[in-house]
Structure formats: structure tokens, C-alpha cells
Design a protein around this ligand. Sequence first.
Ligand code: SF4
Length: 379
Amino acid sequence: MSKLGLYVHIPFCRQKCLYCDFTSYVQAEHLFDAYTTALCQQIAEQGGMLCKPPVDTVYIGGGTPSILPLPFIEKILTSLTTKFSIQPAAEISMEANPGTVTKEQLTALKTLGINRLSFGVQSFDDKLLAAIGRIHRTADSLIAVEHAFAAGFTNISIDLMYGLPQQTYDGFASELKQAAALGTSHLSVYGLKLEEGTPLAAAFDNGQLTLPEEAAEEAMYDLMTDFLPKKGLLRYEISNFACQGKECRHNLKYWHYEPYLGFGCAAHSFFQGERISQVADVEDYIKKMLIGASTIAMRETLAQNVVMAEYVFLALRTTTGMDLEKFRQYFNIDFFSHFGVVFNKLRHQGLVSATPKQIWLTELGMKFGNIVFGSFLPD
Ligand code: SF4
């Protein structure tokens, strides 16, 4: 069986970004202590129940984990290493907001065992950062990455966004150049999505916000897929680029349909064929842990045809695509005998390609991934 991945959710932020619909709370410092205690309790319970299983990836995400003071991070890591068998070569990632880190803090995180950092840079244009409500500015990102290198991190990722309000093609081109010049080994690039209920979506609906035209956004997408590989950042998933060997091993578990456990409010797990999510409300989560009540909000075993579709489209997100023999072994059925009609239609449209061993998305399929993924789902 694959070794486990562990996800730890830290649902606190200094300020809510205008596009964000993640579970995160601002001005919630008074909950740090109780939340860490609840998290460690959940970690201890699950690790104990599973008799300290082997783990090869840990991902501390959020929210903004970097606003949690070091003693809390240390407590969480101690809890993880006590209750799970974290392998010596495990990838241990933490997300950080460039506006919230110091050199001393990054050095201390390295000493605690964090070996991969993911900075939410989003843009190298201060005007754009302000327009989407980020608390940091370009200078913070540059210095945060510099400090991370100085602290000894060799596995650093940055997130960038395109399709932002007021963003131009030329502006994005220069941001990509700046990102590549930083020398980090991993880059995630996402298009802005207007999520319902966010201030940015409301401003757009009220006509107070204009976004780049679809053609301009598509040109930005094309530029990123063309430019980054030339700089040694190879595409390995729709939105992710890395130097060889620096792909995010934790995220690869999601796409390879491998098991992971999620700790904290709103965290998700995929384990023994079940999908489980924790209650989203942070105070509810703390209270339930405190009184020994279940923190599970949803638990489901997916129908076999949904599992098969998920398995296929998650694998297709990666540039290596899906191994047909692995599919056969997993489901005890030939891929083409189940999905042949759908696949051939997509191949005819130029969205997918195949060899006798592998199927994958073409460049066009990568661009219109959602059309492909929807095609595999049962009606
Ligand atoms: S820092 Fe991240 S999680 Fe926090 S509000 Fe901004 S986008 Fe959301």
C-alpha cells in the first residue's frame, strides 16, 4: 500500500483576500491555542487508531500557516512525528504568506523539519496585489524568497495568478520573467476564478470591476505554458511547473489517487475508499474535539462509476497522464471497455491522446480540462 500523505489545515489569515472563499478566519488569534490543541488531539486519535502508519508527505496549508507562532507549529509537528511514522526522506511542506515571515522564523521552521515552502506571491505588481486585497507587496515576496534560500531551503514554490483585474499580457509576461529569475524550483500558476460570495465577484456583478478579455486571458495561459519550460520549469500538471525532481509529492498523491488524511476544520481525507470531510466552522471543530464528539461533517463511499471517473480525470491532470495497466489492476477492468466511447469522442476532438500503455491530455485538452473531466462523469 502507498504511504500516507497528511494535510493539516490552519484556518487563520491576517486579512481576507477579496477573491478568497477558503475556510479562513481573521482576527482569531484568541483561537490559536485551543485550535492547536484540538488539531493535536485529532492527530493523536487517528495516528493511534492506525498504529503509527508510515507517512511520506506532510502539507501544512491554509489559511496562512505562517501566522501561527512557532511554538504552535512545533507542537503540531511533534504530534505528527509522535503518532505517525514520518519517513526520513518525507516531503514536509508549509504554505507561507510573504508578508508574514522573517528570516529568523524561516530558519526556525527549517530546524523544526519543514523542508519545502510554498509562498503565496500571486503577483509581482503592487497595483494588482492591492486590487485583490493581498496584505503583501512585491518587495515582501523578493525578500521572503531570499530569506528562505538563506535559511537553507532548496525546495521553494511560489504561486502566481493570471487574469487579474487590470492585468495586461505584457505585465504578466514581465511577472513570469521575474518569477523565473527568482530561482525557485517550483511554480504554481492559477487563473483567477470569481467565487460566489466573494467581494471581487460582487464587484464584478455590480459592474465595478473589469477583468481581462477571454482572449487576453487565454494568451496569458499560452505564454505561461510556453515560457516556463524554457526556463527549466517543466509542466507536470495543468497549473504546476517544477525543476526535474522538485514536483510537489504531496499534491501528486491527490492526482495519483493515493490515500491521505486531513486534520483540522474543513480538511478532507481520502482513506480506504472513503472521502471524509471535517466540520468547516473552526469554533465548532474545537468544541467538538473538546467534548469528544465527532468532527466529521461528511463521510461517503463513492459509487464505483464515480470512483473510476475521478481516478481517470485526476490522473489526466498530470502531464504523464494515466497508466492503462494500473487502471486495469485498480478496477479489474479494461479502460477502453468502460470508457472507450467517451475516450474516442475526446480523441476525435483533439483533447486526448493514447499509446497502448498510456493516455494523456493534449495541449488543447490541458487548456479545456474541464470539458474532458466532465465527459468521464456519469450522467
Ligand atoms: S491568504 Fe490565502 S487563505 Fe488567506 S484569505 Fe488570502 S487567499 Fe484566502
